[in-house]
Design a protein around this ligand. Structure first.
Ligand SMILES: *Cc1c(COP(=O)(O)O)cnc(C)c1O
Length: 382
């Protein structure tokens, strides 16, 4: 019996063809962008549905631009000649380091925690000690949607005066330890992506959330050419606006989101049952909204990762290796960043595998993936 190809990611983007009434209404309104009525409706509903009605948000055309703007905003009072560094993990996606560089700073790469795979608080502290007055911001990643300890970062910001921005690109749909939407109530900018590969994808898009109206309104102006007044730039600016059609897809995505995440969580649990000998990310929240399942190969298999994934490909199962190479292994970032000790990062990146986890996967598909994954591993050492 042959199973169909199991792609690594299957995007779950709302169908424009099924939104024709709303599209016609948009066309009749003649409003296509500039934080129009559909963007406003999405922002309002997002805060109500995912953040308990607490806080504010502004849409952006993608999360990378959102990260750039948030970093630019929180560092507006720093002296870039003196405070040159932004502390961030090396175990993350390229977008985060690019955002730091575009904002005019140098990534100061720290190691991660052995269990939860997020920036290690000890590693951040060590770099803070070493670079003291030269650190402009701290920029953790809520890795794969894991619930970073926001209370810890709020206290760190209060104590040091160094602002914190959270890369939460993969967090929409994830919940914190209290069961609230990850980020709810955060005074720090929380940046989420709506890229096609994320759990709530619309193609390209994102938003910045915070319980901080002053910051969100400033970022809204920054994203509209820095126009703090009518056609009058009062701050650095660019164009980060999400078109109305994107907001329309996002509104539609919100309707499905909880059901999609719950479905993905049941697939995730099945994976854990079927792969007991593998190591997974330790989670701090009550729910993640994984785009894929990250799994760590046991030490005896890790050196054979390439062959294992090649064999999976022959079985028509798509896989990947987020985040390998990690940032400091990529030539551009190696040349344009500074790194502390990265030993935990190096070991994890060398053994990480990403397995497919999309909401329409059947239990049979998951059984098939796990059977083939285990067989591919065993084949390397016998
Ligand atoms: C997806 C992702 C981004 C970038 O989001 P875009 O919306 O594609 O710009 C940034 N950081 C991380 C960790 C991501 O996974």
């Amino acid at each position: 019996m042959s199973l169909p190809e199991i792609s690594f990611i299957r995007s779950n983007i709302p169908k424009i063809s099924q939104l024709s009434e709303s599209v016609i209404a948009m066309e009749n309104s003649g409003i296509y962008t500039n934080y129009g009525p559909i963007n406003q409706k999405f922002e309002k509903r997002l805060v109500e549905q995912m953040f308990g009605g607490v806080g504010q948000c502004v849409t952006v055309c993608n999360a990378t631009i959102g990260l750039m703007m948030a970093l630019k905003y929180v560092t507006r009072h720093t002296d870039p000649e003196r405070q040159r560094y932004i502390i961030m993990p090396s175990f993350t996606f390229a977008a985060a380091a690019h955002a730091v560089l575009w904002a005019g700073f140098i990534p100061l790469l720290c190691d991660i925690d052995q269990q939860d795979w997020m920036a290690s608080h000890d590693a951040e502290q060590a770099l803070l000690q070493q670079y003291k007055d030269q650190v402009a911001a701290i920029f953790p990643y809520a890795t794969f949607g894991n619930a970073a300890d926001l209370a810890y970062y709020t206290e760190l910001e209060r104590r040091t005066g160094i602002p914190v921005v959270i890369d939460a690109a993969a967090s929409l749909g994830a919940r914190d330890g209290q069961g609230n939407g990850f980020g709810q109530g955060s005074p720090h900018a929380i940046i989420c992506s709506l890229h096609a590969t994320k759990t709530m994808g619309i193609g390209e898009g994102g938003f910045i959330y915070a319980n901080n109206p002053e910051m969100i309104e400033a970022l809204r102006a920054m994203g509209n050419f820095g126009f703090g007044q009518v056609r009058h730039a009062t701050m650095p600016g660019l164009n980060s606006k999400l078109p109305e059609i994107g907001a329309l897809l996002a509104l539609s995505g919100l309707e499905q989101l909880d059901a999609v995440v719950e479905k993905k969580c049941s697939i995730e649990r099945l994976y854990y049952d079927l792969l007991p000998e593998f190591t997974f990310q330790r989670q701090h929240g009550t729910r993640t909204a994984y785009q894929f399942l990250p799994v760590r190969l046991p030490a005896q298999y890790a050196p054979h990762r390439r062959a294992i994934l090649e064999r999976m490909k022959q079985k028509r199962i798509g896989t990947s290796t987020y985040f390998s190479p990690h940032l400091h292994e990529q030539s551009y970032f190696a040349a344009n960043s500074v790194a502390g000790d990265l030993s935990v990062t190096r070991a994890l990146a060398a053994s990480i595998v990403s397995l497919p986890l999309w909401h329409e996967m059947t239990p049979e598909m998951v059984h098939y993936v796990c059977r083939e994954f285990r067989a591919a591993c065993h084949a390397q050492i016998c």
